[in-house]
Design a protein. Sequence first.
Length: 137
Amino acid sequence: MPRPPKPGGAVFEPRSLATNRKKFGNSSSRLTSTNVESPQQAAAEVQHAIANRIREYLLDQNADLKSYCARATLPTGLNYERFQRINRGETMITLTDLMYWANVIPGLVTFIGATMDTITSDAHFEPSDGAVIRQVP
């Protein structure tokens, strides 16, 4: 069992931001019906969508995560237990995980980009220090 993340910083449990924690990675609908009010909530929504996409891909292959991992040659550090925690929203997904799945699932990169566009267009948060990033003309 992994240690729980320390409070603060950028590490959090994505499913903790869901209205129903069991929904994480098991539904194509959003985790909450409220506006996205923090970068953490936006990240949780993106991870939820990716986890659901992975689950659907594996179902299309007549597999589940456990059987897939048993037959696949996984890179060092990636394993069934880690993928299971990510897909349940217990652990944050990393770029390494994304690069692995992007190489396995056709169209995943495009899906992630579209999901991020949708979620950020619904986001209503600003930096807590009041900083504003402006585009240079």
